[in-house]
Design a protein around this ligand. Structure first.
Ligand SMILES: [Zn+2]
Length: 68
């Protein structure tokens, strides 16, 4: 599997950011995960999802605790 197939081909594509955001809101309303629209790296369109490298919280199973 190429990066293109993972990051673009296998996902829904949206022609505009607004269309992608509309879909993201719909998913959220239906009880789905919080998604966000982002511009595709491979073409002039948008996807909805978790951008690779963006979800950096709880990466090691430990929540970040603020120092007192
Ligand atoms: Zn794409």
């Amino acid at each position: 599997m190429t990066e293109y197939e993972i990051a673009c081909q296998g996902k829904s594509r949206f022609p505009t950011w607004r269309a992608a955001k509309k879909r993201a809101n719909q998913i959220r309303r239906e009880g789905g995960p919080a998604m966000r629209p982002y511009p595709c790296d491979f073409g002039p369109h948008f996807h909805v999802g978790h951008r690779p490298g963006h979800a950096n919280y709880l990466r090691h199973g430990q929540p970040l605790e603020p120092t007192p």
